[in-house]
Design a protein around this ligand. Sequence first.
Ligand code: AMP
Ligand code: ZN
Ligand code: ZN
Length: 422
Amino acid sequence: MKTEFNVPIPVKRCFVLSIISFFLVLTACPSENGSTNTKTPLILISMDGFRWDYFNKTGTPNFDELIQSGSKAKALIPVFPSKTFPNHISIVTGRYPENHGIIANRMYDPVFDEFYYIGEGSAPVRDGKWYDSEPIWVTAENHGQKAMSMFWPASEAEIMGVRPSESLVYDGSISHNDRIQQILSWLDFPAEKRPGFISLYFSHTDSYGHQYGPDSDEIKEAIQEMDRTIGLLMAGLKSRDIFNKVNIMLVSDHGMASIHPDSIIYLDDYIKMDDVYMVDWTPISSISPLKNVDEIYSKLKNIHPNMSVYKKGDAPERYHYRNHRRIQPITAVAHEHWSISTHEYSATDDHAEDFNGATHGYDPAYPSMRGIFVGHGPAFKSGFSGPGITNIHLYEMMCSILGLSPAENDGSLDSSRVFLVN
Ligand code: AMP
Ligand code: ZN
Ligand code: ZN
């Protein structure tokens, strides 16, 4: 089977080329309204919780091939909090959580008077009103390109009146093989229906990391399974003779750090739990005091060397976690390897596993919280190894690759250009 794609031409060269080939009507130049019908698809793949050092933990022949003929960053640095939804939405919007609105996996909105939560069957995840910024698939569709999602947080919602041309409601039981077959079948669509942007998501390394920890034998098996899965995609692209004609961005949202039941900070040692409402728990606790905020704050601040406590607006500037109505009056941030709980909760048998294994959410400055970035295809340098970059810069990178004019965002192409050919 053979699928033909036009490789996009850098915009600067378009003017000259369009004069030379006036009657040939080259299709890769952006049109007046910025739309483009480039036929080089971009496949954005997330392997949840794939820590930056996982490539070196076990044999990964397929990742190795992708890396050797592509461009790799030392790490992909997450935004605060280093949780799944805030980071996946930052990757596709280029905005910090306080600007895109998904400041946690679990949050309360005082205007909607509703809670947001993630997981299979979540209604708020599918409700576009929660998202304040434009994801790449909306930008692509608005420019006349088709976007298709084999899962990505929020891709199942209508955002700013737009949905991807194809998307699926999250169902973790769909096999890795079936996910790959789905995107290959989209790539087999006739030219006019073929996607410009595709997303693909796997939770496997996150689940194994939480349960067994980042240094376990089990995580090595999970890494090998992801290597096998990317190998299946690469084989499918090669059999269509398009492996070197599509652009692939392989990313993860955060890393993973071990936790232990001996490292729990018990809030009920310091405050009456009846005096607060806990919107989110560990390792980033969102606390809504039912009494005076200052009173609760003074009881919690400086109580533990492994927990930082901030009043709303006082979190470190580099967290970009100050200005959204969903940020609660007090945020307690556990330090790496520590958990926040109460004696009552953590003593329950059902919850014992919450404090064993590993987790994430911590300060993005910890190396353990860092993820991966690999780019492969005509847009990316080959055999290049570059510095770590923050994930807010990837939206501009994707817009540049797809020839789209970006929506307002917090990133810059200057930070990610080093990985690109042009
Ligand atoms: P975290 O709790 O930060 O480790 O988040 C990982 C979890 O996010 C996965 O195990 C899934 O249950 C959930 N998840 C991932 N994608 C989606 C989605 N599109 N919709 C709802 N939940 C999701
Ligand atoms: Zn995650
Ligand atoms: Zn996780």
